[in-house]
Design a protein around this ligand. Structure first.
Ligand code: HEC
Length: 150
C-alpha cells in the first residue's frame, strides 16, 4: 500500500517536472495574462462600487470577490523559469532574480483575496471596504516592483 502511494506520487512529481519543462514561454505568458485579464474584469465593478460610481450591491461584490479568490492561486504557475521573454510581456526580469520575494507577494494576494471573499460573503459593507483596500494594496505592491509601466 505504502509503496504504491510512494510510486504514484513519484510518478506524479515526475510528470509535473516534465510538464513544467515542456511549457513554452509564450504559452505561460498568454496563460498568466489571461488570468490577470479575468481578475481585472471582476475587479473593475468592485472599484466602481468602492468609489461610489455605482450603488453598493453586496451580492454582486461577493460574486466578484469569490471569482478573484479562485483565480489568484492559479497565477504563480504562469511564471515558470525562462518566461521573462518569448512574447509581449509586462513582467520584469527581476521576478526571476527575486523569486522568493515574488512568491511571498503572491501569497499576500492569495491571503487578501480569500479574506475579501469571506468578508464580502458575511455581508458587512464597512469591513468589506476596509478589506478591499488591503487587497488592492497587494496588487499595487507587486505591480510597483515587478510590472513594467505601460
Ligand atoms: C505577485 C505579483 C502580482 C500581483 C499580486 C498582482 N499582479 Fe497584476 N500583474 C503582475 C505582472 C508581473 C503582470 C504582467 C504579466 C505579463 O504581461 O506577462 C501583471 C499584469 C496585470 C494585468 C494586465 C494583464 C494583461 O496582460 O492585459 C492586470 C489587469 C492585472 N495585472 C491586475 C491585477 C489585479 C487587479 C491584482 C490584484 C487583485 C493584481 N494584478 C495582482 C503581477 C502581479
Amino acid at each position: 500500500m505504502r509503496k504504491t502511494v510512494i510510486a504514484a506520487s513519484a510518478a506524479a512529481l515526475f510528470s509535473m517536472a516534465v510538464t513544467a519543462a515542456a511549457v513554452k514561454p509564450e504559452a505561460a505568458i498568454h496563460y498568466r495574462q489571461s488570468v490577470y485579464t479575468m481578475i481585472g474584469w471582476n475587479f473593475v465593478p468592485m472599484v466602481d462600487m468602492i468609489k461610489n460610481k455605482t450603488p453598493w450591491d453586496g451580492a454582486e461584490f461577493s460574486k466578484n470577490a469569490d471569482r478573484i479568490a479562485f483565480l489568484a492561486p492559479q497565477l504563480l504557475e504562469g511564471f515558470p523559469e525562462g518566461s521573462d521573454k518569448g512574447a509581449d510581456t509586462e513582467a520584469k526580469p527581476e521576478i526571476w532574480k527575486n523569486m522568493d520575494d515574488f512568491k511571498s507577494k503572491m501569497s499576500d494576494l492569495v491571503r487578501e483575496t480569500k479574506a475579501l471573499s469571506d468578508v464580502a460573503k458575511a455581508g458587512d459593507e464597512t469591513k468589506t471596504r476596509e478589506q478591499f483596500k488591503k487587497t488592492a494594496g497587494a496588487c499595487k505592491s507587486c505591480h510597483d516592483k515587478y510590472r513594467k509601466e505601460e
